[in-house]
Design a protein around this ligand. Structure first.
Ligand code: GTQ
Ligand code: FE2
Length: 370
């Protein structure tokens, strides 16, 4: 706990409990008024104290429940998606992983289709296992495979179709809670089917955009969301293994010893992939522990591969492939890798950076913070 939070609070204005005082408080109630002095600790804390909890969902629990939903619940117009949200136990039963972020497991059975729609919420998919679904974004079919990170930025039509005889599950991340609080949601239905059942290896947008450092001269304007529809595992994996290989060769290219990391970015700006969502991939060498780190804003992690322990505030969880966990605002996270540990991470930090409310603290190895 920080010194600031433990600072003694002197109640210098505690009034005497009298019938008149009670009458005053009753009058406040009746007139929909609330005095600051009753709420100050909660409204204006010394540091963020999220009602969201650091919580873990195991893939071994989630996946069978998603599969059972596949047996019992059809997918189609109205419900739109067979997606099951991670509901943070601190967020009053709402389907919110964090105060700003939605995270869900989505499941599509053999040959099934999720109908097209578009909404102002920004969305992405991350695939921890399987393949065979194409997500059709503005008529452009994008293959989904293990390790891929796929974008559906706000107001693009999208639907999904499974072209195989096996089911497929993946995770969705959206800014649904943020858009809900801020009353900025719009939604439109598209075709009940997907607009194309083509299954190309590479989408048109990948053919146009996915060459490192090369931009089509027809599209030099900055775009606020990335035009890359799929960040393929082949490149993420290679970028991380090369960081570690370079570290072995004596070059200081990792975020900290034994910890390689990349951020998915928008090639037209170099900034985050979407205006409300940051996404990263982290690889921690076997036997290494990352420095404790806390930041303003909330994050969700999914273990992509490997085993280890995550220390979330004062709670430790053993984690393995597919497990998801939430890191609320200003809760310290440290990761201990038992085997080499691969972690996908997404957060709402771009929102707070743009509002100049961002802060980060990293524990130094001597136990102090910087
Ligand atoms: O796949 O379009 O988990 O619109 C939540 C809302 C997935 C989707 C979700 C959505 C989608
Ligand atoms: Fe959607």
């Amino acid at each position: 706990m920080s010194e600031l939070i433990d600072q003694p609070i002197t109640a210098h204005n505690e009034p005497e409990d009298t019938p008149e005082l009670r009458a005053l408080y009753d009058a406040f109630d009746a007139e929909h008024l609330i005095p600051l002095w009753k709420e100050i600790g909660d409204l204006m804390p010394m540091a963020p104290s999220s009602s969201a909890q650091p919580h873990l969902w195991r893939w071994s629990t989630l996946h069978p429940l998603a599969a059972k939903s596949g047996d019992l619940v059809p997918v189609g117009r109205g419900g739109e998606r067979r997606a099951i949200a991670l509901a943070n136990p601190g967020l009053s039963g709402r389907p919110y992983a964090t105060p700003t972020l939605w995270a869900a497991i989505q499941y599509l059975g053999p040959r099934e289709t999720a109908p097209e729609h578009r909404h102002t919420q920004n969305a992405f998919r991350f695939v921890v296992e399987g393949e065979g679904v194409w997500t059709v974004v503005n008529g452009d079919p994008v293959a989904m495979r293990r390790g891929d990170f796929l974008l559906t930025p706000g107001w693009n039509f999208h639907g999904h179709h499974n072209d195989t005889d096996a089911p497929m599950a993946w995770i969705d991340g959206l800014d649904i809670p943020f858009v809900h609080y801020t009353d900025t949601a719009f939604f439109e239905f598209g075709p009940d089917e997907v607009s194309t059942r083509e299954t190309p290896e590479r989408s048109r947008a990948e053919r146009l955009w996915c060459y490192p450092g090369l931009r089509p001269l027809s599209a030099l304007e900055p775009q606020h969301n990335s035009p890359i529809p799929a960040y393929r595992w082949e490149y993420t994996d290679r970028a991380l293994s090369e960081q570690l290989a370079l570290e072995d060769e004596g070059f200081a290219v990792t975020v900290e010893p034994g910890h390689a990391a990349v951020r998915y970015t928008n090639p037209t700006t170099g900034a985050d992939v979407m205006s409300t969502i940051r996404a990263e991939f982290h690889r921690v060498r076997a036997g290494h522990q990352t420095a404790g780190r806390r930041e303003v804003g909330s994050a969700v992690f999914q273990v992509f591969n490997g085993e280890g322990t995550v220390v979330l505030g004062d709670v430790e969880h053993r984690v393995g492939t597919g497990d998801l966990f939430v890191v609320p605002s200003w809760v310290t996270l440290s990761v201990q890798a038992e085997t080499e540990l691969d972690l996908f991470r997404f957060s709402d930090t771009p929102i707070f950076e743009r509002l100049h409310q961002d802060r980060v603290e990293v524990d130094r190895t001597d136990g102090s913070r910087s």
